[in-house]
Design a protein around this ligand. Structure first.
Ligand code: ZN
Length: 294
């Protein structure tokens, strides 16, 4: 790594920090940014600085154990989480962590951004699951992130924020923009009555277009909801769950007449899972219940 390119990478972190702050993806001293500058070296933002007003000279270099190699400040307090990502993903060269308000709202509500809603999200990030809550700066956080990071380039962190990775720091930053934009659109659609989902057939077609925009998701979309696709548990996700009806015109919600959900698979919604019914479906359910009573 020549001094010139190291200087450029420091400048890139300053620029990404400025954008995170300008777009209010962070408040106060929130967030952190790292770049892998060599096999065993990371460039990181220091602890306790606003990402909006950094200068290249404050950056810190650490080894892959998190030990400081160069720099006057202490390294970011979330360094353990970044180190875990680099350990799990040799292809990743940069990691961005921030607290964008709308995406973090989904993370706080416990709602993953995994519905088939936007073609560009399916083509690029795929789904954005939620890593379970962990105390910031402790080993719990890397452990929570490990479950999903092999199969996803973007994660929500429960009751905390979001994490994105990329082949360079701008790629990681742009994924943070995409997640927040996706969260904003998802929230708006839900306020307006709920998303109309893209069918599974179309989701698979979009998957075949991955890479077209220069960004490809790190894992395929799970065709079966039951596989270790990141639905929870302790198994590491190896594919991405994208919620979509499996035939055109099939509804995501259960058909009240058959009780069959997801257009064929017998999937019973969880206790706390939201389902939507049209007035006619609701009326049919009530009528059915009344018939049974008679
Ligand atoms: Zn944070």
């Amino acid at each position: 790594m020549s001094d010139v390119s190291l200087a450029q990478l420091k400048a890139d972190i300053v620029e990404v920090g400025r954008r995170l702050y300008a777009r209010a993806f962070v408040a106060s001293n929130d967030g952190n940014i790292t770049i892998r500058i060599a096999e065993d070296r990371l460039l990181t933002t220091p602890k306790n600085v606003s990402k909006g007003f950094m200068t290249p000279d404050i950056m810190v270099i650490v080894d892959m154990d998190g030990k400081k190699v160069a720099g006057t400040s202490d390294a970011s307090s979330e360094l353990k989480m970044h180190l875990e990502v680099y350990r799990q993903r040799p292809d990743v060269k940069a990691v961005v962590h921030a607290h964008p308000a709308l995406a973090t709202g989904f993370a706080v509500a416990g709602i993953p951004l995994d519905r088939a809603v936007l073609a560009e999200v399916i083509c690029t990030l795929g789904s954005i699951p939620i890593a379970q809550y962990a105390t910031p700066s402790t080993q719990e956080l890397p452990n929570a992130v490990r479950q999903y990071i092999k199969a996803h380039d973007g994660l929500l962190l429960a009751n905390h924020g979001a994490l994105t990775v990329g082949a360079d720091v701008f790629a990681a930053y742009y994924k943070m923009e995409t997640i927040e934009h996706f969260a904003k659109i998802s929230l708006t659609a839900r306020l307006l009555g709920g998303e109309r989902l893209i069918s599974q057939e179309e989701v698979l077609r979009l998957q075949s277009l991955r890479g077209l925009y220069g960004i490809a998701a790190p894992a395929p979309i799970c065709l079966d909801d039951d596989v270790s696709g990141g639905g929870g548990g302790v198994i590491d996700a190896t594919c991405q769950v994208v919620r979509s009806p499996d035939a055109p015109g099939t509804r995501l919600v259960p058909d009240p007449a058959s009780g069959v959900a997801f257009g064929g698979r017998d999937r019973v919604p969880g206790d706390d899972e939201e389902i939507r019914l049209t007035y006619r479906e609701l009326a049919a359910l009530i009528e059915d219940a009344v018939q049974k009573l008679r």
